[in-house]
Design a protein around this ligand. Structure first.
Ligand SMILES: NC(=O)c1ccc[n+]([C@@H]2O[C@H](COP(=O)([O-])OP(=O)(O)OC[C@H]3O[C@@H](n4cnc5c(N)ncnc54)[C@H](O)[C@@H]3O)[C@@H](O)[C@H]2O)c1
Ligand SMILES: N[C@H](CO)Cc1c[nH]c[nH+]1
Ligand SMILES: [Zn+2]
Length: 448
């Protein structure tokens, strides 16, 4: 081992003994570019889980509503009543809601709507060589929004999925969410459905909900595309129905955060922000990244204190035990290099130079900048959908957006001069490909 190798091991061992909540990753003396193999990563899903999800999907395809009822009893321990909830019940829930909560849902909805209305794409038209090409953006006819509901309730996810679908112009938007223990759905989720303009809600969760949305049952009408986050069963089910229905572009699994901070930020802020996403646990991911050793210890201690008094202690602990890391880096540049490698769902740049550093971020679901930039703003009211890529997929995928509900479709108008202006090019290429009918389809028109 090199001298610097020895030094880092000794320094790290001393530090490791002091860190109580997070796993230490010391990169200060790392040489050369960082690679995936230099950092710990969450485990890939086990083969048995894939098989179990496949079996659930098959059961729903064969058994329809009856299978939905028996799978819900098996996995949620719930005897289902009605399989559909319609708009009058959503409206009733909205009107019975505590007014400040109703207002908060409305404010969040307004902000999400504003962001996506500003992003609506325009159509494009190009005319040359006697041909006019028009590009239309066409919304899918129906969308199913999966709203998780195992470990927590997520009325906000109704807003962060269905609102975007409605802005895109989807006619029929439905929601599926796991039932509560008495088979019902909580009032806030119903009210959020009302606010977002959801047409119907199915109190069904997990892989069985995804199968029902993809293939339909006696009660559930199949949809053209399914979006929304969920646990591993949900995510794997979406991947398995992908040949038959759209599934959105992001793998929105267990929540993740990477917090970059230094002594310019109150350590309690960084600590609580790690807990914000870890409390969605299990299976989440939380990284603190800093170049200041003392600060790392302060955040770790603040997190230790916070977790001990949290009402969601178990969820936070389960995330941190498996996937809670504190990285000590040599510089701000290396912090961003590490963030780009991890490609977290939420990236917080809390330190003073965060805005400057944000210019170098290539891979993250959403970047939050500023000492007050807790990702909780993004989870609820900032505007961009909180349905974001996880598991390193932010290297190639984006958060939920209009594109998840819009298809591009071209209309090609061949004018009367096109055969003479550009038909020859079709014939030449058809000739070299040996496809005679292709060439003849031009020639016959030229002759007549
Ligand atoms: N990335 C994002 O945008 C985003 C947003 C919100 C939530 N989330 C994540 O979504 C996840 C929600 O997970 P959750 O579990 O609370 O709710 P969930 O709705 O995703 O899953 C609950 C369902 O899982 C099924 N299930 C549970 N155990 C099972 C088993 N052993 N076999 C088969 N099916 C089983 C049940 O049918 C149950 O209804 C969390 O990880 C949270 O972090 C992500
Ligand atoms: N943090 C979640 C996305 O990972 C979204 C959410 C919903 N409610 C609270 N948080
Ligand atoms: Zn959250």
């Amino acid at each position: 081992m090199s001298e610097s190798g020895k030094k880092v091991v000794l320094e790290s061992q001393e530090l490791m003994q002091q860190v109580r909540t997070l796993h230490l990753v010391d990169l200060r003396h790392h040489e050369g570019p960082l690679r995936t193999s230099d950092i710990p990563r969450p485990q890939a899903p086990a083969h048995e889980t894939l098989e179990r999800v496949r079996a659930i999907i098959d059961e729903v395809r064969v058994g329809g509503d009856r299978a939905l009822r028996s799978l819900t009893l098996r996995f949620d321990g719930v005897e289902l009543g009605a399989l559909t909830i319609d708009r009058p019940m959503m409206e009733e829930a909205y009107h019975t809601l505590e007014p400040r909560l109703a207002q908060a849902l409305t404010v969040a909805h307004r902000r999400i709507q504003q962001v996506y209305e500003a992003e609506l794409p325009t159509s494009a038209r190009v005319a040359s060589d006697g041909i006019t090409v028009v590009r239309h953006n066409i919304a899918v006819a129906s969308a199913g929004c999966y709203v998780p509901g195992g470990a927590a309730r997520y009325p906000s996810t109704v807003l962060h999925t269905a609102t975007v679908a409605k802005v895109a112009g989807v006619e029929r938007v439905v929601v599926a969410t796991p039932p509560q223990s008495d088979g019902s759905v909580d009032q806030a989720t119903l009210a959020a459905c009302f606010v977002a303009g959801v047409d119907a809600l199915y109190p069904i969760g997990g892989a069985q909900a995804i199968a029902a949305l993809a293939y339909g049952t006696e009660t559930v009408v199949p949809v053209d595309t399914i979006v929304g986050p969920g646990n591993l069963y949900v995510a794997l089910a979406k991947a398995q129905v992908a040949l038959d229905t759209g599934i959105g572009s992001s793998f929105a699994g267990p929540s993740e955060v990477l917090v970059v901070a230094d002594a310019t930020v109150d350590p309690r802020y960084a600590a609580v922000d790690l807990a914000v996403q870890a409390e969605h646990g299990p299976h989440g991911l939380a990284w603190l990244v800093t170049w200041d050793e003392d600060y790392l210890l302060e955040v770790d201690a603040a997190l230790h204190e916070y977790v001990a008094s949290s009402s969601r202690l178990e969820a936070i602990r389960s995330t941190l035990i498996d996937n809670g890391f504190a990285a000590l880096v040599s510089s701000r540049e290396q912090a961003i290099e590490l963030a780009n490698l991890i490609a977290p769902e939420h990236l917080e740049l809390l330190h003073r130079d965060g805005e400057q550093d944000s210019a170098y971020v290539r891979n993250a679901g959403v970047v939050f900048v500023g000492a007050d930039a807790t990702a909780a703003f993004g989870d609820y009211v900032a505007g961009p959908s909180h349905v974001l890529p996880t598991y390193g997929t932010a290297r190639f995928a984006s958060g939920l957006g209009l594109e998840d509900f819009l298809r591009r479709q071209h209309t090609v108008i061949i004018g009367p001069t096109a055969i003479d202006e550009i038909g020859w090019a079709v014939e030449e290429i058809a000739n070299v490909e040996g496809l005679t009918a292709h060439g003849e389809s031009i020639a016959i028109r030229r002759r007549s």
